[in-house]
Design a protein around this ligand. Structure first.
Ligand code: NOJ
Length: 758
């Protein structure tokens, strides 16, 4: 108490220079006190200003705003009515804007500069769904670190990532931005990403604040249509949707959370007090700040929840949305709402405290230009170390889906070195598409194409076959899929006819997934399926290299094509990574983080579903099934092959200590080459007060094994893994029988069971 008073008096005496005076006797411990001192000096208008975020002056990542022209934005910046901006970048540009605010506004409170740094800045790692397929938390953390190092060099100190939305629907274009369908894997990956972005010292000039988004349930948009309403059960909310957010906060220490566009139980997430105050801030003790999604405050009017923007601002502020991104609701109405007694000043103070605290933690009060070093910017962009990290991450993200012996030749992969190969598909020569979606800061044409990668190994003949899209592609506009032009088919077929092995690079353009990119058909877009079948008719030795931002439904390829390699959109080093895997210089080890359906009609399809009352095949029709398709996915969650083989044995369950049940298994590399294997542990709680899914991932470990080498892997199941949330949101642990399965996918492994006695 005494300390606070002394500090206040001291600062009070020399405050005219704004926050800069607060630098005296700075230590990290007294951030809270400094926040209080500063808060006490702020007018209501300045407080509300901190809660206002504007888009920069280019690159809108949402619908063009109907208000807030550049001139009025500048006026607001000078008055200190803006707390953060987004999409402004460049060491020089950021410096200029920061200077304007620091020097011209009364208190000179620095801005935070946010950007969607989703899988890199200039140097791009694979799309997040691809990275998730590595199941490699160290590599994923490193990849986020690399992204932070590059992004921070252009003045950015806040990323709107990671997206920790769980999603089960491949129609939703934003599955590319998350970690897939599983909350356990999703939570671990979310934490790794947060730690990578934020590093060990947030005040360093190469670390940036992360943002867990979109709180909550955005990944469950009905029918996979982006921005759509969400219908989920309480049990799904507590057990599937919320855990990755909780982990990002409690284990990752994420500094910010973004709320969501969707309605849940009739309440837009942005105006949802239960989500933002009761759960996030009160129950979980989150002490960073919540930013709205782009115009999501304003959209509460369109949702039919608020009658006008003023009421929307009131609901959002009361519900705990601390910062308004591009709705203009706070800056316009929040001061009046406080004066009218509709929003308490305490709530405003709470929001501003949180925002200022993050600014202090970022080191912005010590040096507002910390992230604006033009020399560092020059050095860091496309840095050689980043290329290495991106290549490593890209290789680790590749999943070998299928590699079957063709009658004549044995397995097609890995390819024999030195042999001439034929390559077909427009994506093979594309240097932009492999960069994927959500890459605001990057440059088109900077990916190593598959052709370029392959040419480093061997002589290549190439035919495009067919374009995937027609015309220019822009991340803000609809893509124009090529549904008609087959003029290149004849050349491709002729090439295939005279070749031994054909690599077909097919899939989605990089901007066919991401925000606003939902699809109702998730096969190969346009005429590519026809191209594949035309080539197959003359040469069956096809290696299908898939590039896509979501699981695709490819039953024909699954049935007929002997080798299929899933390469997502792998980023800058795409072609190099793909070539190294195709030629066996890198043994693939990725595992699917999302089920690949056989048909879009199966969506949403996910491994951790409940059992129906009628799961078993019956001679009559009265069991849970489709008339025209199997219930199973084409490729299940956790699936991924290697150029070697792993054998599992000696499953042991040690239940002597019910507080920690130990499961061990021996995994052996029984093939001829070294490889990495992701061993996965699944549980099934056989009977519970709230029914549990048929399988739940509760442990995984990646090991690297030389030929004939074996390793014992041990997992510990504690209350954390065996318990669940009941429908009141209470975490409970129940005695009873648990089945377990340990193996190399969600459908293959050794099984056993134990009884949990409490
Ligand atoms: C809308 C997206 O939903 C969100 O994820 C993103 O961070 C913002 N736009 C800012 O670009």
């Amino acid at each position: 108490m005494r300390k606070i008073i002394i500090l206040t008096i001291m600062v009070g005496g020399i405050f005219l220079g704004g926050y800069k005076s607060l630098k005296l006797n700075d230590t990290k411990d007294d951030i809270d006190q400094k926040v209080e001192v500063l808060l006490a000096r702020m007018t209501l208008e300045e407080k509300v200003g901190q809660m206002n975020q504007y888009n920069g002056f280019y690159d809108a990542t949402g619908p063009a705003p109907s208000e807030g022209d550049d001139k009025s934005k500048f006026e607001h910046l000078k008055k200190g009515w803006v707390g953060a901006v987004l999409s402004v970048r460049g060491a020089k540009e950021v410096h200029e804007l920061q200077k304007l605010v620091v020097e011209e506004s009364r208190l000179g409170i620095p801005l935070i500069f946010g950007l969607d740094v989703i899988h890199g800045h200039k140097t791009l790692a694979p799309i997040p769904l691809g990275e998730a397929a590595s199941w490699d938390l160290v590599a994923i953390r490193k990849s986020a670190r690399m992204a932070a190092v590059e992004a921070s060099s252009v003045g950015v100190n806040w990323t709107f990532a990671p997206m920790v939305d769980i999603s089960r629907d491949a129609r939703w274009g934003r599955v590319m931005e998350g970690a897939g369908e599983d909350p356990y894997l999703g939570a671990k990956i979310g934490v790794a990403r947060v730690r990578g972005f934020q590093g060990d010292d947030l005040a360093a000039n190469n670390t940036i604040a992360a943002c867990a988004k979109h709180f909550a349930a955005y990944g469950f948009a009905e029918a996979g249509r982006d921005y759509n309403t969400v219908e989920v059960s309480t049990s799904t909310l507590y057990n599937i949707i919320l855990p990755p957010f909780k982990a990002a906060i409690e284990q990752g220490g994420v500094k910010t959370v973004m709320n969501a566009f969707n309605i849940l139980n009739g309440i837009p997430a942005t105006g949802d007090e239960f989500l933002q105050r009761d759960i996030l801030k009160d129950k979980w003790g989150f002490n960073g700040f919540v930013v709205s999604d782009w115009a999501s405050i304003k959209e509460m009017v369109v949702h039919g929840f608020a009658s006008d923007l003023k009421e929307a601002a009131m609901y959002a502020a009361n519900a705990g949305s601390d910062m308004d991104m591009e709705s203009y609701g706070y800056v316009k109405y929040l001061v009046d709402l406080v004066k009218e007694g509709k929003v308490s000043e305490d709530k405003i103070d709470d929001a501003v405290r949180r925002i200022l605290k993050v600014k202090y933690e970022l080191g912005l009060f010590d040096d507002p230009y910390l992230y604006c070093d033009e020399a560092r910017e020059k050095e860091m962009l496309y840095h050689a170390d980043h290329q290495e990290a991106a290549l490593d991450m890209a290789r680790k993200s590749i999943v070998l889906l299928k590699n079957e012996a063709t009658t004549a030749k044995g397995k097609l992969l890995p390819l024999k070195k030195g042999k001439k190969i034929a390559v077909i598909g427009a994506l093979a020569q594309d240097k932009t598409s492999p960069l994927g979606s959500w890459r605001i800061g990057s440059d088109d044409g900077t990916a190593v194409s598959v052709l370029e990668g392959l040419k480093k190994y061997t002589e290549v003949t190439y035919a495009k076959g067919a374009d995937v899209v027609l015309g220019e592609v822009d991340f803000r506009l609809e893509v124009n899929v090529n549904n008609t032009d087959k003029s290149g088919f004849a050349e491709a077929v002729a090439l295939a006819k005279q070749s031994e092995t054909v690599i077909m690079v097919l899939g989605e353009h990089g901007f066919m997934s991401g925000e606003g990119r939902s699809r109702t058909e998730i096969g190969l877009p346009g005429v590519q399926q026809e191209l594949l079948e035309a080539v197959y008719a003359v040469n069956k030795n096809i290696v299908l290299v898939l590039m896509n931002g979501r699981p695709l439904a490819l039953p024909w390829a699954g049935e007929n094509v002997p080798a299929i390699l899933e390469t997502w959109h792998l980023g800058t080093q795409s072609g190099n990574a793909i070539a190294q895997v195709l030629f066996g210089d890198y043994n693939p080890s990725g595992k699917l983080p999302m089920s690949f359906p056989r048909s879009v009609g199966q969506c949403p399809i996910y491994y951790n579903h409940y059992s129906t009352g009628r799961p078993d095949v019956a001679p009559d029709v009265f069991w849970s099934h489709y008339m025209d398709e199997s219930n199973d996915p084409l490729f299940p969650f956790g699936h991924g092959l290697s150029y070697t083989e792993f054998e599992y044995s000696e499953l042991r369950i040690d239940e002597a200590n019910s507080a920690e049940i130990k499961i061990s298994v021996v995994v052996r590399n029984i093939g001829k080459v070294a490889g990495e294997e992701v061993t996965q542990l699944y549980i099934h709680d056989k009977a519970a007060r709230v029914a549990r899914p048929v399988k739940e991932l509760k442990g995984f470990e990646k090991s690297s094994l030389a030929p004939q080498e074996s390793k014992t892997i041990t997992f510990a199941l504690t209350e954390n893994e065996l318990g669940f949330y009941d429908n009141q949101g209470k975490f409970v642990l129940e005695a009873g029988i648990f089945d377990i399965m340990v193996g190399n996918s969600s459908i293959k492994g050794l099984s056993g069971s134990f009884e949990l006695k409490l």
